[in-house]
Design a protein around this ligand. Structure first.
Ligand code: DX5
Ligand code: ZN
Length: 223
């Protein structure tokens, strides 16, 4: 069954010089969860933020779930640090872990929700033996590394396939989509079966976050 819709602004496109304020504003504007992109200049060709920044947001007073998207290799060493720093969800790319089941167990042992992330060309067979351990499946609709890229249309069919897998399993797993999500395509993405929508540039590059998120929600109501 589809979960309630979550709007997840990606802080990758926020103004890092005033990050606490940016996160407060986007939550006030109606965001459900905070999408936190971690890049290492190794698994992806960009470098961003780590556990210290996650902890700083918690200390600043952010109480909404923080959705940590790890685009790093290796993954295991840093997971306990993110759990201690206040991560709620921790998702990782299966290609970046030598032992996928172990990494999922590690995330859960640390008290966080676990998710697997699929790049546009990553096959879904990584789901086969771990589906019952997952809280989230994240489908990338761009190649990871940068904000502001265009949505890759073949993701729509992939969303439909994963929706079917989740529904048939009867498990409570979120289906998140990340990359190029905006007001004009969010309805199509939801109709395919997604329930969690990451949007970076489409929110943070607008002046009025509330107006943007409200428009996204009214698009979602059309489904
Ligand atoms: C890309 C990141 C995304 C990114 C999305 O590697 O995982 O979360 O911030 O940015 P937009 O919404 O601008 O495509
Ligand atoms: Zn992301």
């Amino acid at each position: 069954m589809k979960q309630s819709n979550f709007i997840a602004p990606s802080i990758l496109s926020a103004n890092f010089a005033k990050l606490g304020e940016e996160v407060d504003n986007v939550i006030q504007a109606g965001a459900d969860i905070v999408h936190f992109d971690v890049m290492d200049n190794h698994y992806v060709p960009n470098l961003t933020i780590g556990p210290l920044v996650c902890e700083a947001l918690r200390n600043h007073g952010v109480t909404n779930p923080i959705d940590v998207h790890l685009m790093i290799k290796p993954v295991d060493r840093i997971i306990p640090d993110f759990a201690k720093a206040g991560a709620s969800y921790i998702t990782f790319h299966p290609e970046a872990s030598e032992h996928i089941d172990r990494t999922i167990e590690l995330i859960k042992e640390q008290g966080c929700k676990a998710g697997l992330v699929f790049n546009p060309a990553t096959p879904l067979n990584f789901l086969e033996h771990v589906l019952d351990k997952l809280d989230m499946i994240l489908l990338m609709s761009v190649n990871p590394g940068f904000g502001g890229q265009s949505f890759i249309d073949s993701t729509i069919e992939k969303i439909k396939v994963v929706r079917k897998i989740i529904d048939e399993s009867k498990l409570k797993i979120r289906l998140e989509v990340d990359g190029g999500v905006k007001i004009s395509n969010i309805a199509k993405i939801a109709a395919a079966g997604a329930d969690t929508f990451v949007a970076g540039s489409a929110i943070f590059n607008t002046k009025d976050y509330k107006k943007t998120i409200t428009e996204m929600r009214s698009e979602l109501k059309k489904i």
